[in-house]
Structure formats: C-alpha cells, structure tokens
Design a protein around this ligand. Structure first.
Ligand code: NAP
Length: 345
C-alpha cells in the first residue's frame, strides 16, 4: 500500500496580510528518492515573516516566488530516512528549505526548493530545532544586528522593535551580554512582560496611546543603536530619539510586508533622509546569515551552554496548523514569543 503524507500548497496569492484561505492542505503519496537523492522526514518547520514575499501576486525582486498549486517553501529541520547520496546517511539530522511537507525527496546538494546544500545539524550544540532559531538564521541575524552592524557596547542604549520575535529576543539578550541598556518594543502587556523576563531593561508597548512618550521616558539619554525589525509607526516614534552617529541595522520591515511598493500613509522618506543626513546615522541593510557566519553560532552555542542566552520558542503542533500560525505572525500583538516553530514529527 502506498504511504501517504500531508503537504501545504499555496491556494492563492496573498493580498495584504496572508489568510489561512491562501493555503490548502493536501494528502499525497510519500515520494520515492531517485538517483543521488535523499528522502527527508520533516521534524520541525520554521515560520518566518520573509515567506510573505514568496506568496505575493507579483514576483518581488530577490525573493523566491511560489505559484498557486506549488508546495509552500520554508526552512525545516529533518531526518534523513533514505539515502542514495554518499555524503548523507540514514539518521543524519539536516537543516534546509525542504518546504511545508512531511517528507521530501531531493538532491541534497542542488534541490528544487532548497537553496544550497542540506546542512548537517550537530545535536551536541543544542536541541536540533535551535538550528531554525537561536542557532540558525534568526539567531545569526540577531548576532549580525547586535555585534556586527550595531557594534553594541556597554555605554549604549539599544532599542529593538518586534522585540518578542525570533530575532528580537536573541538580539536583546546579546546586547545585554555586551553590557548595554536594552529597550524592547512589542505589542501588548503580556508580550512586554515576556520580553522583560528575558532580561531586557524595559519593554514599551507600541499599542499604548502614549507609546511615544513612554519610549522617550525609557531612553532618557537617547538611543545609540536601533535594531529595526518593523519600520512603520514604531520606527517613526524611534527616529527622533536617535543620538548623533547612532547605528541602525535595518533588519526587517514587517509593517510593510504585503502593502505594495508604496507603503501606507503619506511618504515619510524626505524627513527620513533629512534625519539620516543631520544626525549622521549609519543605516545598513543586510543578510544576517551572511554577516554573522559560523563563528556567531559557535559564540551563541557557548552562551547557551553557560546559561547566559535563553532559547525562547513558541511551538505549534502539526503541519496542518502551519497556515493559520503563519498568518498569525502578521497580526500585531499576537501571543507568539521567540522563534515560531511547527512540530511536524
Ligand atoms: N535581514 C535578515 O537577514 C533577516 C533575517 C531574519 C528576519 N528578518 C526580518 O526581521 C524581522 C523579525 O523577524 P522574526 O523572525 O523575529 O519575526 P517573528 O518571530 O515572526 O516576529 C514577528 C513579530 O513582529 C510583530 N509585528 C507584526 N506586524 C507588525 C507591525 N505592523 N508593526 C510592529 N510589529 C509587528 C509581531 O509581534 P507583536 O506582538 O509585538 O506585534 C510579530 O509576532 C522581520 O521583518 C523579518 O523579515 C531579517
């Protein structure tokens, strides 16, 4: 009897914030690996905001593009359960972009949805799912923000938007390890409490009507490093508080994901450019993994072992829940804290 599995395909492109109806769960036969291929069994699926770019109606510059009917792409940690490739053995744990499906048959070096080879995960570094969170792409991005581009030091006041997210929770803890005063910005009192429990000095609720005043009160000496994960109204409140020569790792802009090229409201760019000029700001966009590299993972694995860095995750059970959980990411003030993972098997 043919063994079957679940997979999630794109049903329709997203307009604005993604909706569960944009996805469809299908039951299909488990694929059979061909020559040079491996069969992976998905253990953990990572839900990342950047996946929103892949499901737009139009192909966005530099983004993977998924068309209706295609399996949703995304990062996973999987186990090799069959191998026709000499470098990969049954039982190996690998990280890669094998997609929203329970099994995938693919060439581990040059696969369809996977960009680049499947990377072997060293279970000695921590629980294997941390390869998608604190010791994976979001953690490396946080390291790039705080250490590489932000160059956070002990005299700095650091502000972080989406502080309760996968990047924000780690970036704030690294900034604390480096001795800075750290202010998180997140939606709602519960999330702010969770952020503070990670050791942040303050967490300001951007949903409060007096958010700008509260933020200014939390940063009496101004802000030296702003790790921007959102853009939008949160960033507009931070900009006036930036000190001269402040560093601004421009990590993400989730407030503008899915709103088209122009963004909402009046065009703030002239004022923004003026502020870059008058305050001599150093603003840098980047790929976190490219900036941080493997040394960052080794450093953070050491901090995890020593208990100086805490691994914060929100785990959702079952592949079929992935569409709703992914859409929840874009609802401001959701209950997600830290890295959002789907436990598949
Ligand atoms: N440059 C890179 O290499 C790189 C790598 C990874 C991620 N990123 C980017 O970094 C950002 C954070 O990623 P992540 O993995 O930490 O995300 P995440 O864990 O999914 O957290 C996202 C959080 O952002 C908040 N949010 C959503 N819409 C918002 C809005 N309009 N305004 C303010 N906050 C909003 C929500 O929390 P609240 O409850 O607080 O609203 C949400 O839970 C994203 O923009 C992502 O694309 C960049």
């Amino acid at each position: 009897m043919t063994q079957t599995m679940q997979q999630v395909v794109l049903a329709s492109p997203a307009k604005g914030s993604p909706l569960p109806e944009n996805f469809r769960v299908e039951t299909v036969p488990v694929p059979v690996p061909g020559d040079g291929q491996v069969l992976t069994r998905t253990l953990w699926l990572s839900l990342d905001p950047l996946l929103r770019f892949a499901i737009d109606e139009v192909r966005l510059t530099g983004a993977t593009h998924i068309r209706p009917g295609e399996v949703m792409y995304g990062g996973t940690v999987s186990e090799i359960v069959a191998s026709n490739h000499p470098d990969y053995a049954v039982g190996d744990i690998v990280e890669g972009r094998t997609g929203w499906r329970e099994y995938a048959a693919l060439d581990p070096i040059k696969a369809d949805i996977v960009r680049g080879p499947l990377r072997k995960v060293d279970p000695a570094l921590g629980p294997v799912e941390t390869a998608l969170g604190v010791l994976g792409m979001p953690g490396q991005t946080a390291h790039a923000c705080a250490v590489g581009i932000g160059q956070v030091g002990p005299d700095d006041t650091v502000a972080i938007s989406a502080a309760g997210g996968a990047v924000g929770t780690v970036a704030g803890q690294i900034a604390k390890i480096r001795g800075a005063r750290v202010i998180g910005i997140a939606g709602g009192p519960a999330k702010c409490a969770a952020v503070k429990a990670l050791g942040f000095d303050e967490c300001v609720d951007y949903k409060a009507t007096d958010f700008a005043e509260r933020l200014a009160a939390a940063a009496p000496k101004g802000i030296d490093v702003y790790i921007d994960n959102t853009g939008g109204a949160v960033t507009l409140a931070v900009l006036p508080l930036l000190n001269r020569g402040a560093r601004m790792p421009m990590c993400g802009f989730i407030a503008y994901y899915g709103v088209g090229m122009e963004g909402p409201g009046p065009d703030h760019l002239p004022g923004f450019y003026r502020m870059i000029m008058t305050k001599g700001l150093k603003i840098e966009g980047f790929s976190g993994q490219a900036v941080a590299g493997g040394d960052a993972v080794a450093e953070m694995a050491g901090w995890l072992r020593e208990g100086r860095l805490r691994n914060q995750e929100t785990v959702i059970e079952g592949l079929a829940t992935a569409p709703a959980a992914f859409c929840e990411t874009f609802r401001q003030g959701n209950s997600h804290i830290g890295k959002v993972l789907v436990h598949v098997a």
